[in-house]
Design a protein around this ligand. Structure first.
Ligand code: PRP
Length: 219
């Protein structure tokens, strides 16, 4: 049987994403088992899932180890993988921001020190402003950098804003809005086109309905 291989981002977003796949007919009951397994399949439905680090999803998809996957737009902008971006799922919404201490004002006179997990996004943003910067690439807990004087600002994801608030920082500018995207390997898209377009259509329809329901609940 020809499986469709799906890379899921480990963590909160991945749980949400799997529940959508499940709702639209790609369930895989073994995934709910409490164990350390990373690959699950349901031969009846022809699906195989892998849990991978969110930043690795595009790597699996680009190289064809997965046919499709779900990745945040932040990761796609940063790593620019050679994949098709099929759909905006409208979940995992957040924004890429410049943040700094509340009393920070950019004096423009000197190079701005920017701590981030997203050097390309930061570089491109400041290049568009013709602002010279010094990138300090970190791998997590970015909010600490301005507090300890390692950087002037950070470029990072803001979802609820709680992490910034609790560390006495505030968002200064929004660079880009982020949400989760369904991506596909280019060769798979050609050779498993029917399966992938069917899956994509169902996902899009489900996400559109959910968004409509949320909007009508809010009004
Ligand atoms: C992300 C991001 C912020 C936080 C924002 O960190 O880097 O630190 O979430 O969320 P909030 O606005 O809802 O507070 P993540 O959890 O990925 O951990 P990290 O420190 O490893 O980057």
């Amino acid at each position: 049987m020809d499986f469709i291989n799906i890379a899921l981002p480990k963590g909160r977003l991945g749980e949400k994403v799997y529940s959508i796949f499940q709702s639209v007919g790609y369930e895989c009951p073994s995934i709910a088992e409490e164990n350390r397994k990373l690959i699950f399949e349901n031969p009846q439905r022809g699906v195989r899932y892998f849990w991978v680090k969110p930043t690795d999803v595009p790597i699996y998809v680009e190289r064809g180890a997965a046919d499709v996957g779900v990745a945040g737009k932040d990761i796609l902008l940063e790593y620019q993988p050679d994949v098709y971006e099929l759909a905006d799922l409208g979940i995992g919404k957040c924004r890429m921001c410049v943040a700094a201490k509340k009393d920070f004002h950019d004096t423009m006179g000197r190079t701005l020190r920017v701590a981030t997990k997203f050097p390309r996004i930061a570089q491109e943003y400041y290049a568009s402003l013709s602002r010279s910067i010094d990138i300090i690439k970190l791998n997590g807990s970015i909010e600490i950098a301005p507090i300890l004087g390692l950087s002037d600002v950070i470029v990072d994801i803001v979802e609820t804003g709680k992490t910034l608030l609790e560390n006495n920082l505030e968002p200064k500018e929004t660079i880009v809005d982020i949400s989760a995207r369904l991506i596909a390997n280019k060769v798979s898209y050609k050779f498993k086109n029917q399966k992938i377009t069917d899956l994509c259509g169902r996902m899009e329809q489900f996400c559109r309905l959910q968004a409509e329901q949320e909007r009508s609940k809010a009004t």
